[in-house]
Design a protein around this ligand. Structure first.
Ligand code: KG4
Ligand code: ZN
Length: 356
């Protein structure tokens, strides 16, 4: 493999991330500016505000990562930037800044697909051969795919409606968990995970969806609606207003998380069976890579661990810091593409190509 040093830039959602990595998977420098606090307070990502914050922070974040690596842009081989999918206004900040430094220093630009970067992160930690099965669960996506190469994916299923992280964030907000001091600095998903540990999954009409559907798609809006109905009923019954929680808030979190876990596990189980029937994964490559912000959740990890053990698969989940959005995953995907010579756009072609 060609040796290289890549600078990665991520601005697809509400985190401004940057990292410098080499082809051995060593993180030479990294920096991250998270907007999670603002997002939780506003009840979701506000595209215009997110763009403004990315613009305010990007130069500083990139410089911090370079400083930590003790390098300048002159020392790197290429700049990798998330170009899709995500919030267009947010993406544009990273794209424009990336292009700017590529032109200035005459470095190649490598466009990166955010979800592919989430999956490939697992290959930093350990060598995983293609093809492998992957489950990506984040604030914007839910999908099951077979990764056949760094750039080739066979989609097995995706969400019909909400993403799991989105459903968790909305439930956390509706439950007013951010007013509980110990959760005040957490993302919605993290606050539900911690609240669930204090309760029991006894709210039994929040049930896993699509059980009769013989595919690998997901749905998270039904369980969200049922949870909302439950909250409304309890608020009326106990005459609750303001920032007070309903009495069984923690049980509701436990029930919701349990149902979400069951649904994810059931879909993964179908995907494994399908891959087996279609001979899509060789018998010596039985690996499931799970990534994206929701993969930080240890209850969900434990559920998937059971499915994998039963079906003789190896479960690989990157450490939590690498599951949520960051610059490292983009830099690493840049390394993977640079060594293969795929999507490496030289700086003099940047004007003529409409980068997707
Ligand atoms: O991958 P990510 O950082 O951004 C997107 O690409 O969407 O994922 C963010 C999502 C948020 O919805 C957040 O609530 C969720 O990941 N999340 C969690 C946990 N930590 C973050 N969900 C469940 N359990 C967690 N511990
Ligand atoms: Zn993400």
């Amino acid at each position: 493999h060609k040796s290289c040093v890549i600078l990665g830039i991520e601005t697809s959602c509400d985190d401004t991330g940057c990292a410098v990595m080499n082809n051995k998977g060593e993180i030479l420098g990294e920096a991250l500016n998270s907007q999670t606090n603002i997002t939780v307070e506003m009840g979701g990502v506000m595209p215009l505000l997110a763009k403004e914050l990315h613009e305010k922070n990007i130069e500083n974040v990139v410089n911090k990562a370079l400083e930590a690596a003790n390098m300048s842009v002159n020392d790197i081989d290429a700049v990798a930037v998330t170009t899709k999918p995500g919030i267009l206004l947010s993406l544009s900040v990273g794209k424009n800044y990336g292009k700017k430094i590529c032109r200035e220093y005459e470095k190649p630009f490598i466009p990166i697909h955010h979800m592919q970067a989430h999956t490939l992160t697992a290959r930093i930690v350990q060598p995983i051969e293609f093809p492998f099965l992957t489950l990506l669960i984040s604030g914007g996506h839910s999908l099951l795919a077979i990764a056949q190469s760094p750039v080739k994916y066979l989609l097995l299923g995706q969400s019909f409606n909400d993403a799991p992280g989105e459903a968790l964030d909305k439930l956390a907000r509706r439950l007013k968990l951010r007013f509980v001091p110990e959760f005040s600095n957490c993302s919605g998903g993290e606050s539900i995970e911690r609240a669930a540990r204090k309760g029991y999954p006894v709210v039994d009409y929040i049930v896993p969806p699509l059980l009769g559907y013989r595919d690998c798609n997901f749905s998270f809006s039904g369980m969200k609606q049922r949870a909302t109905q439950h909250i409304l009923k309890m608020e009326e019954k106990h005459d609750i207003m303001g920032s007070t929680l309903i009495p069984d808030a923690y049980d509701l979190c436990a029930s919701f998380l349990h149902t979400m876990t069951t649904h994810l596990c059931q879909r993964v189980q179908r995907a494994i069976k399908f891959a087996e029937l279609q001979k899509l994964i060789p018998s010596d490559r039985r690996v499931l890579v799970v990534s994206g912000g929701v993969a930080c959740n240890s209850y969900i990890r434990q559920g998937l661990e059971i499915v994998c053990r039963e079906l003789d698969y190896k479960l690989v989940v990157p450490p939590p810091k690498l599951c949520t959005d960051n610059g490292v995953m983009i830099a690493w995907n840049g390394v993977e593409k640079f060594r293969l010579g795929i999507d490496v756009i030289s700086s003099d072609k940047l004007e003529s190509i409409d980068i997707e």
